[in-house]
Write a protein that binds this ligand. Structure first.
Ligand SMILES: [Zn+2]
Length: 132
C-alpha cells in the first residue's frame, strides 16, 4: 500500500515543482536585468555550435548563480521530487515511520517525522548553545 494518497501525492508534486520554478525564477531575476531582453548572441554566433541542447545550457548557467542556501534548497526539492516519483515520500528517513500528510503538505521537502525532527533540532541546539 502506498503511504500517500493519490491526491496528497499530486499536491506535493505540484508544490515541489512550483517551488523549484520559483527558486529558479528568483535566481534568474537576480542575475538578469529587466532591460536585457535583446539577445546578446548575434546570428553568426550559432555557427560552429550546431545543435547543443540550449535548455541544459541555460539551466547550468542559472545554477552557477545559485547561492549556497539556494543550491541546498534546490537539492532538497529534487530529492523530494525523486522520492515522490519513486514512491518513497512520506516515510521518515530516520525511523521509517509514516510522516503525517498534513506535515508533508505544510513542508513538502520534509524528510523526517516530527519526533525525529525534534530530536535533530534538540541535538543541534545543544551543539550550538541556546538560540532562544
Ligand atoms: Zn522518524
Amino acid at each position: 500500500m502506498p503511504p500517500l494518497s493519490q491526491s496528497v501525492s499530486e499536491q506535493l508534486k505540484a508544490s515541489l515543482h512550483q517551488a523549484r520554478m520559483d527558486l529558479l525564477e528568483t535566481v534568474r531575476g537576480r542575475t538578469e536585468s529587466p532591460d536585457d531582453e535583446a539577445p546578446r548572441i548575434g546570428p553568426l554566433a550559432h555557427q560552429g555550435q550546431s545543435d547543443d541542447a540550449p535548455q541544459a545550457e541555460m539551466l547550468s548557467h542559472n545554477e552557477q548563480h545559485l547561492a549556497d542556501h539556494e543550491t541546498a534548497l534546490l537539492h532538497e526539492i529534487d530529492v523530494a521530487i525523486g522520492k515522490l516519483e519513486a514512491g518513497g515520500a512520506g516515510i521518515c528517513e530516520s525511523c521509517g515511520r509514516d510522516i503525517p500528510e498534513a506535515r508533508l503538505l505544510a513542508t513538502p521537502t520534509v524528510r523526517l517525522c516530527i519526533e525525529c525532527q525534534q530530536e535533530l533540532e534538540h541535538d543541534r541546539h545543544i551543539g550550538r548553545g541556546p538560540s532562544m
